[in-house]
Design a protein around this ligand. Structure first.
Ligand code: R5P
Length: 281
């Protein structure tokens, strides 16, 4: 039985269709003091809880779903974390800070037998869970919504950490060069992008990253591509968090289109990760 968090209903439905498992009925409610409550009907013996922890509230909701299915008698609980919140805080960057990814991973581990997540920022966060945890790779799916007529395409990642995603997307697309920029983060919302010597003039460029959060990384990259005479610029990512004015930033930067997957449900979530998650279940 698939049990969906409130933020992942479309993906949970796609996963149910992909695996042939049933979707449990879940109600999401609030007490008058604002505290959340979920109610899961008949989760079955093997419960697959699907929930992206896109907010602190979503974290609490996931813990409640895990507890509800155990309470209802599930003997096996698998937690699918399509997007794992706090994964980018994977070390204490300054003295006195927590390793937030480890803290949330430990909490999530208490309610499950196993975790499956999708393209975490660093693979190593899987080691923070105290139950078996694995990541699946949705990079190849990112080529899906791209137009077939890309001219002399260049698949570019904004930093070397995402080059594997760009390479995978290019491979599935079937043609195109790959390259990456160098990124230095100045603050939570500001980045410096140093161009590589990639030839961008008159080419269609596909920028590929694991996540678009504030949109600063992508919009700075688009500005450089503009300076270099790129033709159309498409932006794609696994996790379209698109916080605050991120979408506006990208539109103002002049991108042709933004694409993402349904690990986070947004208007741009054109690709479902259900097939790759289903393979891991
Ligand atoms: C960081 O290295 C990630 O791969 C992303 O590039 C980054 O988190 C995107 O954040 P933002 O959209 O806020 O620039």
């Amino acid at each position: 039985m698939i049990i969906s968090g409130s933020n992942t209903q479309a993906l949970a439905a796609a996963l149910a269709a992909e695996t042939g498992q049933q979707l449990a009925s879940v109600e999401y409610e609030r007490f008058p003091d604002g505290e959340a409550m979920v109610r899961v009907e008949e989760p079955g013996d093997r419960a697959v809880v699907v929930a992206s922890t896109v907010s602190d509230e979503a974290h609490v909701e996931l813990l409640q779903l895990q507890d509800a299915v155990r309470e209802a008698g599930a003997s096996e609980v698998v937690t699918v974390l399509p997007y794992m919140g706090y994964a980018r805080q994977d070390r204490a960057f300054e003295t006195g800070e927590p390793v937030s990814a480890r803290a949330v991973a430990r909490a999530i581990s208490t309610g499950t037998d196993r975790v499956v997540t999708v393209n975490p920022h660093e693979e190593a966060v899987c080691d923070y869970f105290t139950v078996p945890a694995e990541s699946v790779d949705a990079a190849g799916l990112l080529a899906g919504p791209l137009p077939e007529d890309l001219h002399d395409p260049l698949f570019l990642s904004p930093d070397d950490g995402a080059i594997d995603l760009a390479v995978a997307a290019a491979e599935v697309y079937g043609r195109g060069e790959t390259d990456y920029f160098e990124k230095t983060r100045r603050s939570g919302t500001e980045v410096d992008i140093a161009p590589s010597d990639a030839d961008c003039a008159d080419r269609d460029v596909v920028l590929v990253d694991d996540i678009i959060a504030t949109g600063s990384t992508m919009s700075e990259s688009v500005a450089i591509l503009d300076e270099r005479g790129a033709d159309r610029v498409f932006v794609t990512c696994v996790h379209p968090l698109l916080a605050a004015s991120a979408h506006l930033k990208l539109a103002r930067a002049g991108v042709e289109a933004v694409y993402g997957t349904d690990t986070i449900e947004r208007q741009v979530s054109e690709v479902s990760v259900a097939p790759v998650v289903a393979d891991a279940l």
